[in-house]
Ligand binder design. Structure first.
Ligand code: MN
Length: 205
């Protein structure tokens, strides 16, 4: 049984050019993300009762996942969840300054959009090795910039992701090689702030 599937990408591999190149998108989505989905399904074959559980529920309570598959669910379930989220907060012809509720929440928490950008980019740069930078909603209803290692997801920490950036080398190495800072700066050109606003509104419910 393969309950988890690769979500449809809502734009072409070349849609985020020149900021994120087509070859990276093709490998990242078609190989890396597909690999997390396949490996998650393989792990859950060993625990059939978990096959119908929503992924978010599994990740939010990893302690309840049997130890024999816990690491596989953490890494591959986290990878599937994070990448599904990541594709949806980007799009062609996006970028620019946020509007609406997320703009207000950013100003409330970080004073200015530029302060937020600086903090987010700094967090993305400070992640040693593989991981993610996030803007998440805390249990107290505030915005927080933070980072997770590997494929750990904010939902594992009781946080609700609003915006996220993959800083694994596989996300940028073909185009940017070791220049992670350039990739992080380029990311702002593809952020779909409408999708981010929807994430915030949903997270606040
Ligand atoms: Mn990735």
């Amino acid at each position: 049984m393969s309950p988890h599937v690769l979500p449809k990408l809502l734009y072409g591999y070349d849609a985020l050019e020149p900021h994120i190149d087509a070859r990276t998108m093709e490998v990242h989505y078609g190989k890396h993300h597909q690999g997390y989905v396949t490996n998650l399904n393989n792990a859950l074959d060993q625990v059939p009762r978990l096959q119908t559980a929503p992924l978010e529920v599994l990740l939010a309570d990893l302690a309840s996942v049997p130890e024999k598959v816990r690491t596989a669910v953490r890494n591959n379930g986290g990878g599937h969840y994070n990448h599904s989220f990541f594709w949806r907060i980007m799009g062609p012809g996006k970028g620019g300054r946020p509007q609406g509720p997320v703009a207000e929440a950013i100003t409330d928490e970080f004073q200015t959009y530029e302060n937020f950008q600086e903090k987010f980019a700094g967090t993305a740069m400070a992640r040693f090795g593989s991981g993610w930078a996030w803007l998440s909603l805390t249990r107290e209803g505030r915005l927080a910039v933070h980072s997770t290692a590997n494929q750990d997801s904010p939902v594992m920490e009781g946080l609700k992701p609003i915006l996220g950036l993959d800083v694994w080398e596989h996300a940028y190495y073909l185009k940017y090689q070791n220049r992670r800072a350039d990739y992080v700066q380029a990311f702002w050109n593809v952020v779909d702030w409408e999708a981010v606003n929807e994430n915030l509104v949903t997270a606040r419910r």
